[in-house]
Design a binder for this molecule. Structure first.
Ligand SMILES: [Zn+2]
Length: 68
């Protein structure tokens, strides 16, 4: 079972590297149970989009997937 500290680290790592299947499973099992980690994921997504916009990269993918 994922702990918040591990899950948030994995969510952050996912921006920089490919996660293993086991890591994704841990995330997918944990997120539905934890609003804190869902909010964290939302925030790092926004940060990434903002960084892409700032660097001139089009950032239309990933925004507005609809899952909360
Ligand atoms: Zn959590």
């Amino acid at each position: 079972m994922g702990k918040c500290k591990d899950i948030t680290r994995l969510l952050s790592d996912a921006l920089d590297r490919a996660l293993s299947t086991g890591e994704w499973v841990a995330i997918q099992l944990h997120l539905p149970t934890c609003s804190g980690c869902r909010n964290y994921r939302k925030q790092i997504r926004l940060l990434r989009v903002a960084a892409q916009v700032a660097s001139g990269v089009a950032a239309v993918d990933g925004a507005g997937n609809g899952d909360d």
